[in-house]
Design a binder for this molecule. Structure first.
Ligand code: ARG
Length: 456
């Protein structure tokens, strides 16, 4: 197959160079976006009188035929034509003849590839956003079902204070709400048209970039042709957002793994979403959650790949940038599959509410409630903390829980203590009392559930 640059060359490209430099094996994923961009470009060329309208008509018709062939799997992608851009253009020329040779007027593969990736990522960002929303809705439903399930809340993975399971789940909704904000914000910078920047410096032909931007739904046109072909910030930004989102998924995955251990016994994941062992008959493993956690490492790696790829590149386009696609595609696929599987797994999780409540009352988790009780009786917090610490130490020595103390014993630590203190020692009462804004009391949690039911 003749190369588009054959005029300048006297020898054929070596076969090993063709295999080494090709990107068609992975960038064929961009075919739809490439064709869409080319159609808009051809229309612009005709409108501006750069090519005859009938040539543009033939180009559009040819491109639509090619799209149909690719869609149906009939198209033959050729390695020696390097990438998706040259594969489609060569096929167009062989289909419609000389008119096809006019498509690549006033553009370069440098602005073309930047355009294709932006179109692709815009679509994928929308898809990621809708998958995040589905996940949030599922979390919210689970939270609603457990609006009064009490569990131990942790800091340092040590039992800290009783909380509502719904509150814990809402924490994830809150995190991913920020993720949505980041992805949405990134769209502003992504949704800018690079086409018309050509190789790096623009063109002497009378193009109309605003027209193409409108055709393709871009909100703005890039203002510097050098930047437009050398910029991959939008891809770095997508990967950064993806890293934060999958980090959140990984934290939940980690909790699911932990909670399904015999040591915790807080949840059981359904059979459909667990796997067994080939040797140990009793095993039921949380592999899905583990893989979500594990894939997070790969997605971080993808971000570091792209950042490293870009850091030493002089302006403007360099072929190194072809390597942007694999980490990008892999991140899109991985993030979407993790969101999907977590959304699917959640409804099949059974929460062991009894055990959660029982453990919430153990380990002196209501000690802070005693300290706050003493504050209400007029004792400065630091003293209240000290007194409560002594009560806890006393219980540890006697190997009993706080609620097992009798009033006389309690009074020996402070004269202000009376029998109303027992209300503080119950984990359910403890949760109910934490009604500060954003706290874990049922009243506060219901407010948040309502807020999200409205906004999601
Ligand atoms: N396949 C290339 C890429 O993905 C296309 C860009 C232009 N190539 C070139 N040699 N100028 O980056």
């Amino acid at each position: 197959m003749k190369k588009p640059w054959s005029g300048r060359f006297t020898h054929k490209t070596s076969g090993i160079v063709e295999s080494f430099t090709e990107s068609i094996s992975f960038d064929k994923r961009l075919w739809k976006h490439d064709i869409r961009g080319s159609i808009a470009h051809a229309k612009m060329l005709a409108k501006q009188g750069i090519i005859p309208a009938k040539d543009a008509g033939a180009i559009v018709k040819g491109l639509l035929e090619i799209a149909a062939e690719i869609e149906s799997g009939k198209f033959r992608f050729r390695n020696e034509l390097e990438d998706i851009h040259m594969n489609i253009e060569a096929e167009l020329v062989s289909k419609i003849g000389p008119a096809g040779k006019k498509l690549h007027t006033a553009r370069s593969r440098n602005d073309q590839v930047a355009l294709d990736i932006r179109l692709y990522l815009r679509e994928e960002t929308e898809d990621v956003l809708s998958k995040i929303l589905q996940f949030q809705k599922t979390l919210l439903k689970t939270a609603e079902r457990h609006a009064d399930t009490v569990m131990p809340g942790y800091t340092h993975l040590q039992r800290a204070q009783p909380v509502l399971l719904a509150h814990h789940l809402l924490a994830y909704i809150e995190m991913i709400e920020r993720d949505k904000g980041r992805f949405t914000d990134s769209l502003k910078r992504l949704n800018v048209l690079p086409l018309g920047s050509c190789a790096l410096s623009g063109t002497s032909l009378p193009n109309d970039r605003t027209f193409i931007a409108k055709e393709l739904g871009f909100k703005a046109v890039s203002g510097n042709s050098i930047d437009a072909v050398s910029d991959r910030d939008f891809a770095v930004e997508f990967l950064s957002c993806a890293c934060i989102t999958i980090m959140h998924l990984s934290r939940l995955a980690e909790e699911l793994v932990l909670w399904s251990t015999e040591e915790f016994r807080f949840i059981e994941i359904s059979d459909e979403f667990t796997t067994g062992s080939s040797i140990m008959p009793q095993k039921k493993n949380p592999d899905v959650a583990e893989l979500v956690r594990g894939k997070t490492g790969r997605v971080y790696g993808n971000l570091v790949s792209l950042l490293t790829l870009m850091k030493g590149l002089p302006l403007s386009y360099n072929r190194d940038m072809q390597e942007d696609k694999l980490p990008l595609f892999d991140t899109v696929d991985t993030l979407k599959s993790c969101l999907e599987i977590m959304t699917a797994m959640l409804p099949g999780i059974t929460f062991n509410c009894k055990r959660m409540l029982a453990t919430a009352g153990e380990g002196y988790s209501t000690a802070t409630d005693i300290a706050e009780y003493l504050v209400r009786k007029g004792i400065p917090f630091r003293e209240a903390h000290e007194i409560t610490g002594k009560i806890v130490l006393h219980c540890i020595k006697k190997n009993i829980e706080l609620h097992e103390l009798d009033l006389k014993e309690l009074k020996s630590f402070s004269a202000v203590i009376s029998k109303d203190i027992f209300l503080c020692l119950d984990p359910v009462a403890s949760v109910r009392a934490r009604s500060s804004y954003g706290g874990t009391s049922p009243s506060q949690v219901l407010k948040q559930i309502k807020r999200y039911k409205k906004s999601l």
